[in-house]
Design a protein. Sequence first.
Length: 233
Amino acid sequence: MILAVCGGKGGVGKSTVSLNLARELDAVVVDADLTTPDLPWGRGPDLHDVLAGRASPVDAVERVGTVDVLPCGRTLAGARAADLERIADIVGPLDRRYGRVILDCPAGMGADVGSQLFSADGAVLVTVPTRAGLSSALRTRQLARALETPVVSAVLNKSAGDEVIANRLERAIGAPTVTIERHGDAARAQRTWQPVRDAYPDSPVVEAFETVAETITDAERELKSRRVSVRSP
């Protein structure tokens, strides 16, 4: 299963959610934000090299702690040379090799986000309980719908227990919505590029990410069931 973690607005915690979901789901995570990557650096070939045809996606994956990461390059020249149309060619081999792929998408509604959403089996929307964050999430949901990519889960991040907002968001998006309360453990773990489970195993944030992962595995089973029923005579 290929999942695009997106949300429209920057600073909502997409990279934190991506890294932690990769840990919870035993998936490979692709730092697909070509201009402002926020996942661990690599020592070898990176996404810029893969998109330029200089390396294979599987060969560019590195083990960082407990998570497999396809890192992104840090140069503007590399970002400019990258061929966004090759995203689909990249995620296919990774999906076959790892079974689950997490795409840490860039902010905004540009062509790069559209390419990644189009290549995904499902989307996870990440937002924060602000007017700008919520409206960006809804616009991203509209883009996903236009591309026929189902939203399988939503994360209301950096929350203060805003269950009323979470319930409204769930109804608006039409997907299970999990609230992750603002907690220093998540930020501290991300600064060292570690999943919260590894850095602070007793943190309440771990349980929240477990819940998000459960909504995704439920959606994965449903999608597989639909495919089987379509193929059946």
